[in-house]
Design a binder for this molecule. Structure first.
Ligand SMILES: NC(=O)c1ccc[n+]([C@@H]2O[C@H](COP(=O)([O-])OP(=O)(O)OC[C@H]3O[C@@H](n4cnc5c(N)ncnc54)[C@H](OP(=O)(O)O)[C@@H]3O)[C@@H](O)[C@H]2O)c1
Length: 279
């Protein structure tokens, strides 16, 4: 069966989603800037993901900027029942190569209004602070999201690019349902954050689940893939799914064939020998 449901589900607060999601960032133009070359193909990709049982999409106002959220709404609105869109705010894109933190409450308030409008929603299921802003007290940024939650504009608050200490600080302000940090076979620097998420029963969304492609070139990944008759990307995703029940990988692609390949990883089970080989 090629369906994201084969990976089981994970909770984002009161919302259960299939444990293989879709990272929509790659659908924008080069350098995550501007529209894709073929808008209709981008729409078709999102719709195919839904057909394949993907019911969690990760995006951000900074992807495009704005383009990614608009594309999701164009392709999928009115949204099918059970589809959960997680977006993010707190990064500015003054030019294609720049991702600049901006975590002031004023900016985040405006950012949330913009995402609501582009996604055509009255309430965003998951709104993630994209990254702490070193120039703004972290509590002020999280406080702005807590205010929006109280106002009914956000259902659940998530964090991204945080330490365990920041996760704990945020939890003193409002419930946190997820953390999104870089994590993959080649970069396990967020191991402690993952453990904290497991302990707290919140979802962990590994970004760069394929290491932006680098993981696929690792000899042990290729070896296990050859043994299983699977692709390296499928092995990398199956490893993440096996690593923790709280893991919600969000692989990104602009290719229909890669989307289908990635979703099929939801059903791939690794043996103890495979896991040992992957380290
Ligand atoms: N919170 C943050 O700070 C942050 C940062 C980065 C990303 N993210 C989120 O995390 C998501 C995932 O990250 P990502 O998209 O940057 O990296 P990724 O999923 O690790 O890798 C995506 C790259 O791998 C390629 N790829 C995908 N599937 C493949 C397959 N089956 N075989 C071979 N190559 C494949 C894609 O190219 P093709 O298009 O050719 O398939 C793309 O270049 C993003 O979409 C975004 O939503 C968040």
């Amino acid at each position: 069966m090629m369906n994201a449901a084969a990976a089981g589900t994970v909770k984002l607060g009161d919302l259960a989603v299939n444990r293989l999601g879709f990272g929509a960032m790659r659908v924008c133009g080069p350098q995550v800037w501007g529209p894709p070359k073929d808008r209709a193909a981008a729409h078709a990709l999102f719709r195919r993901a839904v057909e394949l049982g993907v019911n969690f999409f990760d995006t951000a106002d900074s992807y495009g900027p704005h383009v990614d959220e608009e594309l999701i709404a164009e392709a999928l609105y009115p949204y099918p029942a059970g589809l959960v869109i997680g977006t993010k705010g707190g990064l500015l894109r003054p030019r294609p190569s720049a991702w600049e933190p901006c975590g002031t409450p004023e900016h985040l308030r405006r950012a949330i209004e913009g995402s609501l409008r582009r996604l055509r929603l009255d309430c965003i299921d998951l709104y993630q602070l994209h990254a702490p802003d070193p120039r703004v007290p972290f509590e002020d940024s999280v406080g702005a999201l807590a205010d929006a939650q109280r106002a009914g504009k956000i259902r659940h608050v998530g964090l991204s690019n945080v330490t365990v200490r920041e996760l704990e600080a945020a939890r003193r302000i409002c419930p946190i349902v997820s953390v999104q940090n870089e994590y993959n076979l080649g970069n396990r620097a967020s191991e402690e954050v993952l453990s904290a998420c497991e302990r707290l029963g919140i979802a962990f969304l590994p970004w760069y689940p394929l290491g932006a492609g680098t993981v696929l070139r690792r000899p042990n990944v290729k070896r296990v893939a050859a043994r299983l008759g699977a692709s390296p990307a499928q092995v990398a995703l199956a490893w993440l799914l096996a690593r923790s029940p709280t893991m919600l990988p969000i692989p990104g692609t602009a290719s229909l064939a890669h989307l289908e390949e990635n979703v099929a990883a939801a059903a791939l089970r690794l043996s103890d020998e495979d896991l040992a080989d992957l380290g």
